[in-house]
Design a protein around this ligand. Structure first.
Ligand code: NIG
Ligand code: FE
Length: 407
């Protein structure tokens, strides 16, 4: 039943709903109403019920309104940065060279371990603010620069704190199997045991973990080690996802799909078996063009085959200090079009509805009655503009649960 009075009514908007049959789910000259933090009505202006009223009414004058954007893969909590490696890479060192020489992930581990919770929060918050300023209202943040219980806990606590500070949703992923910590160099099995039998259950019991991730790669963890972690996660009732097929084909995508994983991410080296397994399981392909760009990768993820098999594609920033110091999800969508040949519509679905799906969330990412009223009003008229402009700032007002977040 329609409330007598809505909390918020936005009129004369171009609504990119990502629902229905129209491209972008576009409703031109539309209206959208919110009540109790949810979308209560959406449709063309001419169908607005006569006498409809709301506590706040705003005429958008033809501006574009979309769902709040969803960044479904970030590592934005970390200490320090790795600008020095940028220089090394430009001089010819590969990501693997740097990792094998004791740099890479492990150097961020040193800086993160050295930072107190408040320092880590202070260093990480501006990165989350930058994403929010560009329209992100739901954000995934991984651990994985602690690689021991205390620092992994600190990272996850900081991630939760960022969510409450900014009034946005933060979903945490535990990435204990990100890199082998130097102190376990000769004892990899002991480290995997520590992650599976101590860190994961302890941090899960503290309510710090929403999903479990791993880096399945020659320079990181094997499929067998990843499987051990996924079995443990499944016992604890936690969903899984995976950094898969980034530098080589390890069969990671098929592995995560066999656990009905939420997503397989990166995927430049994904082959047919992995694609078929993902299609079958409904595992989302998360494409990370920022890492592709920063590593000057030349092998493209198999977008045409993913499309053909109906695998949903999401795009994320992968914001991290090593391979993707990227602070704009819209720029990631732009790169997904230019570098990976997604259509603008695919790229926008990839940072809204399909990104939400990659986090296991079905209450956001589209504009439809009953969805969370997480919305962005843009300084733009047509949705394609969001991935057409390269950089810059386009978001005008960001609403969370129907309330405007102060910029
Ligand atoms: O998603 N691939 C592994 N993990 C990150 C990189 C992390 C780092 O280099 O600090 C990624 O690209
Ligand atoms: Fe990543």
């Amino acid at each position: 039943m329609m409330p007598t009075r809505w909390d918020l009514l936005l009129t004369h908007a171009n609504l990119a709903s990502f629902a229905g049959d129209m491209p972008f789910g576009l409703i031109e000259d539309g209206a959208l109403a919110c009540a109790d933090g949810r979308i209560a009505w959406i449709g063309p202006m001419r169908e607005l019920p006569p006498g409809a009223s709301a506590t706040h009414v705003e005429d958008l004058g033809g501006a574009l309104l979309t769902p709040g954007l969803v960044d479904c893969h970030t590592h934005l909590v970390f200490g320090g940065n790795r600008a020095n490696e940028f220089d090394m890479r430009l001089n010819g060192a590969s990501y693997e060279d740097i990792a094998r020489a004791g740099g890479g992930i492990v150097s961020s581990v040193r800086a993160t371990r050295a930072a107190s919770e408040d320092e880590l929060f202070a260093q990480s918050l501006p990165r989350a603010r930058a994403l929010l300023a560009d329209g992100v209202t739901t954000l995934e943040i991984k651990s994985g620069y602690g690689l021991e219980t205390e620092t992994e806990r600190r990272m996850l606590r900081v991630a939760r704190r960022i969510g409450s500070e900014l009034g946005i949703t933060v979903r945490t992923s535990f990435l204990g199997l990100h890199a082998l910590p130097p102190e376990y160099k000769e004892r990899r099995d002991d480290y995997v045991t520590l992650v599976c039998d101590t860190m994961l259950p302890e941090l899960a019991a503290e309510g710090l973990i929403d999903a479990v991730d791993a880096f399945c790669e020659k320079i990181a963890f094997t499929p067998a080690e990843t499987r051990r972690l996924f079995e443990r996660a499944t016992q604890l009732g936690l969903p899984v996802k995976l950094h898969a097929e980034q530098l080589s084909d390890q069969g990671g995508a098929a592995l995560v799909a066999s656990f009905h994983g939420l997503s397989a991410d990166h995927l430049e080296h994904l082959g047919d078996t992995g694609i078929a397994a993902m299609a079958e399981a409904g595992t989302v392909a998360v494409l990370l063009p920022g890492a592709f760009y920063a590593l000057r990768e030349t092998r493209l993820p198999p977008v045409a085959a993913l499309r053909e098999h109906g695998v949903p594609m999401a795009v994320a920033t992968d914001c991290n200090p090593g391979t993707s110091p990227l602070l704009s999800l819209r720029l990631a969508a732009n790169m997904a079009c230019t570098l990976f040949r997604l259509t603008p519509e695919e790229a926008l679905r990839a940072i809204t509805v399909d990104a939400a799906r990659a986090l296991g969330l079905d209450d956001r990412g589209t504009l439809a009655v009953g969805q969370r009223a997480d919305l962005v009003r843009w300084n733009a008229k047509h949705p394609a503009e969001l991935c057409y402009w390269i950089g810059g700032s386009l978001a005008r007002t960001i609403y969370r649960g129907g309330c405007a977040i102060p910029a």
